[in-house]
Structures are given as C-alpha cells and as structure tokens.
Write a protein that binds this ligand. Structure first.
Ligand SMILES: *Cc1c(COP(=O)(O)O)cnc(C)c1O
Length: 370
C-alpha cells in the first residue's frame, strides 16, 4: 500500500505503470547468462545508420549547450520531405512524448478519448493521467480478415460530443494489423472537427502494402488530424528518443504551448537529420525486416501456432497457453520477448523481428519451451 496514493490527482491514483521490455543487462545480471537475444521492444536489429554513430562521436564536444529548442534544421528537412510547413511539425522526446502532449493539450476531467482494444498500451496511461475517460472499442474478431485489428465502426460508435481525442495506431502494436487507405480516410472524414484524430504511424517505414495509407497526405484536408512518427523503430534510434507529429498549424500551435522548450536533445536532433539522409540504411532495414517477418511467420505456423498477419517489425502469436509462462521459460533460455497479458491477450506473445540468427534462436528455444 502506498500511503501517498490519496495525494495524487484522481487519474494517477488508479494508474498502472507501463511495462517496458526487459533490458538485456538486467537479465544478464539476474541469471548470469550471456548471449542474450532481446526481441521485446521492436528495435531495429541493424541498429542506427553508421553515419549517425560517426556523427554522434564528433558531436559529443558540445554537450554544455542547450539544444535548439525549435529543432529548426530537423523540422526544415522533415517539412521538405513531407511537403508541409515547419510550423506544422511538433518534435518530441520520442513520439510517445508527442502523444502525451496531445493528451495534455486536449483532455481533462469530463472529456473522453476513444481507441481500440489491443492498441498501444501508452494511450490509456496518457488519457487517465489527465483525468479524462478512455472509451475502448472492441477489436475485430479473431476469425476476421484482420484478426484483433481496429474496428472503425465500433470506434465511431463511441464518438460523442465529449470526445476530444481518438487514437488510431496504423499499423497497430502489438497486433501488427493495419487499416487500408479507403477505410481510414473514410473514418477520418466522418469525424466531427472537435475530435482530434491521432494516426500513430510508428512503423510507417516498414509497411509494404499497396493499400496502406500515408495519412500525412491528409493533414491539409483535415484540420483535426495529427499524424505521429518516430525515429525509434525503422531508424534504429530508440535510445536517443526522438519522434514528431504533423498537423495543421493551429493544432501545432497548441501543442507547442504544452511542449517543454528543450524536450528533444541535441544529439537526437542531429542524429535524426543524418538518419533521414541514409536511404541505404533504411532500405537495408526494410529488407531484413521483410525477410525476418516471413521467416518467423513460417516457423511459427510450422509449429501449428496462429500468427496474426503483421505489417510491422514484430509478430503476435497465440502460444495456446499462458503467454506469461512462455515468456518466463524463454527468459531462462536467454530470449526476451513480450508477454501480452497486460493487453488482455493472455495466450499471446509478441516477438520483434531480429537478425536472422536471433530469429532462428527464438524459434529453436520456443520449440523446446512448448
Ligand atoms: C514504439 C511505438 C511508439 C513510439 O515510440 P517512441 O520511442 O516514443 O517514439 C508509438 N506508438 C506505437 C504504436 C509504438 O509501437
């Protein structure tokens, strides 16, 4: 019992902390294992671009200076690439920072946020801390074409005059499911302008489907739309913390009032700029992922396990018994995956696509464990 609990604001009193993937170093210490494979946090097995590493080593001389609080250079380059104005961009300490800024800007006690069951676990945390209410739409049936995916009709039916924010993860984590261009654009168009629609595209760079939308192209058309992306996943910069949101200028202006002036650090700002320029590294990351995704899906299917078709850099699989137990058993073998009981998917685990030999090791250990 925490005796200070009653002192916290009501939203925080009932909050469960986010459970991050277990770090390799901790498992090493606990079990005295080496040769640990971490496939728990959807990180890029290739790491960042080698250019980024070179550049950071040089930049370490300037750490006594505050970063450029406006992120001028990075915003200019992002704006150029996406054909928007720099004033439409909000930089964040990871895109989860942007998601939290959105929640704090638009939600308070009495207002509501809508998102799907099995969606990204940070949404309810950000919503609840503001005192607002989460309205969670049932996901699509396991037997549907997009098992466990977002059901946009169910989400729409929860939108009312108290709705201020709607979170759509495309593709979604942990399921790996996605919404097509037609269905998502229709959904965004149907929303009242008073409801801010957030399309979270953390895995955008990985998706290879023809009918997968680039919601960034709709920002001009819908003044209540915010699209978020990150350098944590395909760009391999999860440890540096940098991401961004793109919206109309009026919404960006509001987000900028809530944002801390130095929420992104100088190394991350430079690294992101360099990472964007290394097209070869992104191509290589996509290729490794596409191959690994097939390899894992085939291996798991051979083991007669049901895999949710994924377009991200991870797969979600029904292990037909307690995912928490399978997670714990794999941990003893030095393989870290993510159990999904916290997502109300007690028999599923999520595994990140790693390098070839990491994927092989995971499949071999899972075979033993099961
Ligand atoms: C990983 C992830 C993010 C953001 O991660 P950051 O490291 O904070 O940029 C956002 N949304 C989803 C769905 C994710 O999986």
């Amino acid at each position: 019992m925490n005796e200070f609990q009653h002192l916290a604001v009501p939203g925080v009193q009932g909050l469960d902390p986010y459970q991050p993937g277990k770090p390799e170093s901790e498992l090493e210490r606990q079990l005295g294992l080496s040769n640990i494979v971490k496939l728990a946090s959807n990180e890029n097995p290739l790491g960042p671009s080698p250019e980024v590493i070179r550049q950071i080593q040089q930049r370490c001389t300037n750490l006594s200076r505050y970063p450029d609080g406006n992120g001028t250079e990075l915003k200019a380059e992002l704006a150029r690439r996406m054909a928007v104005q720099p004033s439409q961009i909000t930089l964040g300490n990871g895109s989860s920072d942007v998601l939290e800024i959105i929640a704090r800007t638009f939600l308070t006690t009495g207002s509501e946020a809508v998102f799907s069951e099995f969606a990204f676990a940070m949404y309810p945390i950000f919503v609840q801390a503001t005192g607002a209410t989460s309205r969670i739409a049932s996901a699509l049936e396991p037997s549907s074409e997009m098992p466990y995916g977002h059901d946009l009709e169910a989400m729409y039916s929860l939108v009312n005059d108290k709705t201020r924010v709607i979170f759509v993860a495309n593709p979604n984590n942990p399921t790996g499911t996605y919404l097509s261009t037609d269905s998502l654009s229709g959904f965004v168009a149907s929303l009242p302008e008073e409801a801010i629609c957030v399309v979270d595209e953390a895995y955008f760079e990985y998706v290879e489907k023809e009918d997968f939308p680039n919601a960034m192209e709709w920002v001009e058309r819908f003044p209540n739309l915010i699209v978020t992306r990150t350098f944590s996943k395909a760009f391999g910069l999860a440890g540096l913390r940098i991401g961004y949101g793109v919206s109309g200028v009026r919404v960006a202006d509001l987000l900028n009032r809530v944002r801390q002036p130095f929420n992104t650090n100088s190394l991350a700002l430079d690294a992101a700029l360099t990472a964007l320029a290394d097209e070869n590294h992104i191509q290589a990351s996509r290729k490794v992922n596409a191959e690994g995704l097939c390899f894992l899906a085939e291996g798991l299917t051979e083991m007669r396990l049901k895999v949710i078709p994924s377009v991200g850099n991870f797969v979600c699989v029904d292990v037909q018994r307690s995912g928490a137990e399978v997670f714990a058993d794999l941990l003893k073998q030095g393989v870290i995956v993510r159990p999904l009981s916290g997502y109300q998917m007690p028999n599923h685990i999520r595994v990140t696509v790693g390098a070839r030999r990491e994927n092989e090791r995971f499949l071999a250990e899972l075979r033993k464990v099961l």
